[in-house]
Design a binder for this molecule. Structure first.
Ligand SMILES: NC(=O)c1ccc[n+]([C@@H]2O[C@H](COP(=O)([O-])OP(=O)(O)OC[C@H]3O[C@@H](n4cnc5c(N)ncnc54)[C@H](O)[C@@H]3O)[C@@H](O)[C@H]2O)c1
Length: 315
């Protein structure tokens, strides 16, 4: 396959790009590097720095592609509350630009990474794709709006579209900026640093954490599966509470990890568990990595980084 990945220098995009290249596919990446890092890409990935809203740039890159993965986006919920205009411009505007250019370039299929956050608070768990979306922050709104553009423009222009609603992905290589770090890398760093982990809300809230390699498997299947026009949940199909993550870390580290509870920030929706039966059926998707194994790999990864940092400082 010849594949273009927008946002391909980011956490999920680089994991996908590197995996595809190792399987001998030809991979191009377009990324403006607002968050991504081209150093994370295998040397055989063709990298272009640019904005996904730049239609002429897309025309050049899209020629001859078999599939486009559209991952480029601003991805932080708290940041989206501060900068909704920018989030709308990139996440919605970028999708409209991509679909316009894909029409002109005669692209057959676009795979889009939407998010489980579009569901918001849902009584019925696990959450099925048929649940009525309840986006409660600008990031989630941009994702559901982009989904609608993708479906509508895809149908109008004869482009196959596949939408994956990814729940909480995690893994080594995930950016963890201090202002809005995702919970797993944040906790692992705080715990390894010997301090307390900071829990937003009461810690009883659950999330469906899915390991990066499992997400990559789903993305790869989505390029060729009989899945056109579908919206498909991608998660582990299990829920783990925030307090449960702390207990998991305590088991791995063999010591107590003290918790502090922040009263200034709420913990978000109370439960998130994906119903992944559609993914199992259509994408042959079976998550392989348990939360215990995933946390162990995260701990090993951050221990390695800390060791490298200590050696660098000592020189
Ligand atoms: N990581 C998760 O848990 C998760 C869950 C659900 C959905 N998603 C979606 O998956 C995709 C990838 O997320 P990620 O976790 O890898 O985040 P990420 O921030 O690591 O990757 C996003 C990439 O998009 C690039 N980008 C941002 N604006 C751009 C623009 N205007 N033009 C070109 N590139 C631009 C960034 O530089 C970055 O490399 C996003 O669309 C995100 O919404 C991620």
């Amino acid at each position: 396959m010849r594949v273009l990945i927008t946002g391909g220098a980011g956490f999920l995009g680089s994991a996908l790009a590197n995996h595809l290249v190792r399987e001998r596919h030809r991979v191009w990446v377009l990324d403006d590097l607002s968050a991504g890092d081209p150093a994370s890409l295998h040397k055989d990935v063709s990298f272009t720095r640019g904005d996904v809203r730049d239609i002429p740039r897309l025309w050049t890159l899209l020629k001859g592609m078999d599939c486009v993965y559209h991952l480029a986006a601003r991805v932080s919920v708290p940041e989206s509350i501060l900068y909704p205009v920018e989030y709308n411009d990139v996440n919605v505007g970028g999708t409209v630009s991509l679909m316009t250019a894909a029409r002109d370039a005669g692209i057959k299929r676009v795979v889009f990474t939407s998010s489980g956050t579009v569901y918001g608070e849902q009584k019925e768990q696990p959450i099925k794709e048929t649940a009525r979306p309840n986006p409660r922050n600008p990031y989630a709104v941009t994702k559901i709006a982009a989904e609608h553009y993708l479906s509508a423009m895809g149908a109008l222009y004869g482009i196959e579209t596949v939408i994956l609603r990814i729940f909480n992905a995690y893994g080594p290589g995930q950016a963890a900026p201090p202002s809005h770090a995702p919970v797993i890398p944040q906790f692992v760093r705080q715990a390894l640093g010997g301090g307390s982990v900071v829990i937003f809300g009461n810690g009883e809230q659950t999330r469906d954490f899915v390991y990066v390699d499992d997400v990559v498997q789903a993305l790869i299947a989505a390029a060729t599966a009989q899945a056109q026009g579908l919206i498909i949940n991608i998660g582990a199909g299990r829920e783990v509470s925030v307090k449960g993550l702390v207990r998991g870390l305590e088991e791995i580290l063999g010591r107590r990890v003290p918790s502090l509870f922040s009263t200034t920030q709420d913990g978000g929706v109370s439960r998130m568990r994906a119903d992944i039966s559609l993914a199992q059926r259509v994408l042959d998707f079976t998550p392989q990595v348990t939360i215990k194994e995933g946390l162990e790999m995260m701990v090993a990864h951050y221990q390695r980084l800390l060791k490298e940092e200590t050696t660098r400082r000592a020189k």
